[in-house]
Ligand binder design. Structure first.
Ligand SMILES: [Zn+2]
Length: 293
């Protein structure tokens, strides 16, 4: 009797799972938080999004797991950024069963910057709000092609968020227009695109990857620049890598502030319900202090 019951339970569980598999939502797998958030903004409830990056994960050091392979194989659309931001992707994708998935490289056609210290492409194109709007538009087109019945809804969502990002861009422009200096200092060399939009220069402490430590001569050069331009705030991305920014602040009499890329959310941000718009609004407060005080 017990065996029969157990068998029945398994069957019930299996059939309870079945409808999820047949969900008529578009299954979209994305490579990191920025693409998750932008896809959610355009797709809303019409898409089922799986982010391969665990919350609090570091996209620069990501290594795919068996679970990653499964989410790649289950997706109908796979969104990656490109520009070598996902060096793990090609090998991982080669190893999954190809069953009609469409891989979309969302950075395609967007002009890139080269990091002068390393000669590498700077992948952080989304630190430009104008590029965010371009990426969202591509997402809208791809979702509309894959699911034409809901094209009008994707367009409505795009128009709504385009307006919100344009309003933010205008606020950033106003802050830049009222600046006392053309330079700002950040630990993670991720804000070149932000700098470019408003005619500014970013002085990065670390490299393109947030944990690439500077050498003594780089430190000395940055300390000189901070004094020369009377830079009031040294901006860092996360408490976890604030040490060098804090040291430079102490050496120069500057204070520290926070400028985040949104490339991943920490647990406090997840709890607070943050998204790219709230992160950009929080960044704007420090951006103003760093440029105008
Ligand atoms: Zn980064």
């Amino acid at each position: 009797m017990k065996k029969i019951l157990a068998g029945l339970l398994i069957m019930m569980t299996l059939s309870a799972c079945a409808p999820q598999k047949q969900s008529d939502k578009l299954q979209v797998t994305v490579s990191f938080y920025v693409l998750e958030d932008l896809t959610k903004k355009i797709g809303g409830d019409l898409v089922q999004i799986t982010d391969v990056m665990p919350s609090g994960g570091e996209p620069h050091d990501f290594e795919p797991s068996t679970k990653t392979m499964m989410t790649l194989s289950d997706a109908s659309l796979i969104f990656i950024l490109g520009n070598d931001f996902e060096p793990w992707f090609n090998d991982a994708y080669d190893n999954v069963k190809h069953d009609g998935q469409q891989v979309v490289v969302l950075s395609e056609g967007i002009e890139t910057l080269i990091n002068l210290d390393t000669g590498q492409i700077d992948p952080h194109i989304w630190t430009s709000i104008r590029n965010i709007i371009t990426i969202m538009e591509k997402i809208k087109i791809v979702l509309s092609d894959a699911d034409p019945i809901h094209q009008a809804q994707y367009q409505i969502n795009f128009d709504l968020y385009k307006a919100r990002f344009e309003a933010l861009d205008l606020e950033y422009q106003k802050v830049a227009d009222g600046r006392k200096r053309d330079v700002f200092v950040t630990n993670h060399a991720a804000f070149g695109y932000l700098a470019q939009d408003y005619g500014l220069t970013m002085i990065p402490i670390m490299g393109l990857e947030p944990d690439a430590e500077p050498d003594a001569s780089t430190m000395a050069r940055i300390i000189d620049l901070v004094k020369q331009f009377k830079i009031p705030y040294i901006l860092y991305e996360d408490e976890a890598n604030a040490d060098v920014a804090t040291t430079i602040a102490q050496e120069t009499g500057a204070k520290t502030g926070v400028l985040r890329t949104g490339e991943s959310l920490n647990s406090a941000q997840v709890k607070a319900g943050d998204d790219l718009i709230s992160i950009l609004s929080q960044n704007l407060v420090w951006f103003r202090k760093a440029l105008q005080e």
